[in-house]
Design a protein around this ligand. Structure first.
Ligand SMILES: C[S@@+](CC[C@H](N)C(=O)[O-])C[C@H]1O[C@@H](n2cnc3c(N)ncnc32)[C@H](O)[C@@H]1O
Length: 289
């Protein structure tokens, strides 16, 4: 089943948390000049026009990125994020995870982006064409029309083995939670120092079965690396019928101080979002150095 289209949700609260976390991971990788390799298993179309029919349907960006328009970021991570996003928003576009990656990676780095949807993949190719056809500065960008979880297992560990993975499935079907956990178990057998960001929805009692599958997934993947934390961003109260009341990212093998950088930036985001917004970060595994 491939009915999910990210254009309906581009720039919403979940994108802000996920993209801040992903940018935080890339920023830490860039602290060393050594090259890195990143994988985006569910890439989407790369970027989204906010005046499209899909984005206009519920205008989810209005309760997301639009709220950050007048924020003067104090934290380094939010500042990095806004410096990429603001000029794009001014042009009526919100970047997806591939759009952020290609604008932040360096000439020595590589990215593998996977997308299975028959119309999202050509859109990804078109949207990233200025970067995939340019030589040098954008690094080595590879777009794959394939199943992202299967592709991840096939392409890891990369050379060099310094790098990170973003897993951002639509979770349309219940077994996606287990597929993510099983995939990461296979990946960690061969690539123990992978940094991983897994996005997940926070679902209320109404979607109890999926919420429990999600909890199990987070529990299982949190054991795979040396360290792991989860960071959750809520935008409304978790009542029985709230549906998706927020979202989270589970970060395996996070770089040193990523927790602090994410917390500082999300505090600023929460303030801009209004009184109902909340953020929490919890370490799930911490091995002694
Ligand atoms: C939540 S969206 C991705 C958004 C993107 N990561 C971003 O932050 O801009 C999920 C995407 O995964 C794609 N997808 C669904 N199942 C897939 C699979 N098995 N392999 C690769 N892509 C898949 C969908 O077509 C959709 O474009």
């Amino acid at each position: 089943m491939l009915s999910y289209r990210h254009a309906f949700h581009a720039g919403n609260h979940a994108d802000i948390l996920k993209h801040l976390a992903w940018l935080g991971v890339i920023s830490h990788l860039k602290r060393k000049t050594k090259p890195f390799v990143v994988f985006d298993t569910h890439a989407g179309a790369g970027q989204y026009a906010l005046n499209s029919d899909q984005a206009q349907l519920n205008r989810e960006y209005d309760s997301g990125i639009t709220r950050l328009e007048n924020v003067q970021p104090a934290s380094a991570l939010l500042s990095d994020y806004m410096s990429v996003v603001t000029p794009m928003i001014e042009a009526g576009i919100y970047p997806g995870s591939p759009g952020l990656t290609v604008r932040t990676m360096r000439g020595q780095d590589a990215a593998h982006m996977m997308e299975l949807h028959p119309s999202e993949f050509p859109a990804l190719q078109t949207n990233l064409a200025p970067f995939t056809t340019a030589q040098g500065q954008s690094g080595s960008i590879h777009l794959h029309h394939r199943d992202g979880l299967e592709g991840l297992v096939a392409m890891t560990p990369p050379t060099p083995n310094r790098g990170a993975i973003l897993i951002d499935p639509p979770y349309e079907v219940k077994n996606e939670y287990k597929q993510v956990a099983d995939t990461l178990k296979a990946v960690f057998q061969r690539w123990q120092n992978a940094q991983v960001v897994v996005w997940y929805p926070l679902l209320s009692e109404r979607a109890k079965e999926k919420a429990e599958l999600c909890l199990n997934m987070v529990h299982e993947i949190s054991a795979l690396g040396k360290n792991c934390f989860k960071a959750e961003f809520t935008i409304t109260e978790n009542t029985h019928d709230a549906g998706m009341y927020g979202s989270g990212v589970c970060i395996i093998n996070p770089a040193w101080q990523l927790d602090e950088h994410l917390t500082q930036s999300m505090k600023e985001v929460c303030k801009a979002m209004g009184p109902e917004a909340g953020f929490s970060l919890e370490w799930l595994k911490q091995e002694e150095a």
